[in-house]
Design a protein around this ligand. Structure first.
Ligand code: IYR
Length: 225
């Protein structure tokens, strides 16, 4: 072992235990019902959202566990209409190519029930876009080092972000224009920050519709050994 490695700095755990099993079950059920009610929304209202809610949701996402606790994420909040317009223009250009020339017949068949296409008006209508970047390397003392398990880490943080936004009554869409490199350029992010997902946030449009999706039952998603 390398003798110069630092020692861990351990402090007492602040574990908030839940009073009893019934209370645990009640909370488990409440949380499930709350998240089971979340739907990806593609029709947004222009109604404004308190910025504080966006900040709190990002703080929540930032509590996610991460590989070697490197917290390899950056959340860029876009509210400037001119930046949103540039993002829409660039995304629609890529998406046009994807839908017309890049996606396979099988893929298009999978997407057909969702009703998606290359038109992305929500990129301008939603009051906020949160663009999540994955930090793939850092520089320390002039030396470059990769972040570890950054895909998994950022995926977990995004899950928590979506749950936090839903929990405070906001609608979200996980949008992945492909390729996403234009986001790095428009938002002026450095090369080590790789676009991960783009999340429009706001309230649903009045009478917004969503696809009639069914979720897999427990027996199909859980295996007990
Ligand atoms: N990125 C495209 C296509 C798309 C792909 C998947 I996988 C989806 O679940 C939904 C859409 C778009 O955003 O339209």
């Amino acid at each position: 072992m390398n003798e110069t490695l630092p020692k861990p700095n351990l402090v007492p755990l602040d574990f908030q235990s839940v009073s009893d099993e019934n209370e645990q079950k009640r909370r488990a059920d409440d949380f499930y019902r709350n998240l089971n009610n979340r739907r990806t929304v593609r029709e947004f209202s222009a109604r404004d959202v308190p910025f504080e809610l966006i900040e709190k949701a990002i703080l929540t996402a930032g509590t996610a566990p991460s590989g070697a606790h490197m917290q390899p994420w950056r959340f860029v909040v876009v509210r400037d209409p001119s930046v949103k317009a540039r993002i829409r223009e660039a995304a629609e250009k890529e998406e046009y190519e994807s839908y017309h020339n890049r996606m396979s017949e099988k893929w298009l068949r999978r997407l057909a029930p969702l009703g998606t296409d290359e038109h992305k008006p929500f990129l301008e209508i939603a009051p906020f876009l949160i663009v999540v970047f994955r930090i793939n390397s850092i520089v320390e003392n002039g030396e470059s080092e990769p972040t570890y398990y950054s895909q998994e880490s950022v995926g977990i943080a995004v899950g928590m972000l979506l749950a936090a936004l839903h929990n405070c009554g906001l609608a979200t869409l996980t949008h992945t224009p492909s390729p996403m490199k234009f986001l790095q350029e428009i938002l002026g992010r450095p090369k080590n920050e790789v676009p991960f997902v783009l999340i429009p946030v706001g309230y649903p449009a009045e009478n917004a519709k969503v696809p009639d999706l069914k979720r897999k039952p427990l027996a199909e998603i859980m295996t007990i050994v």
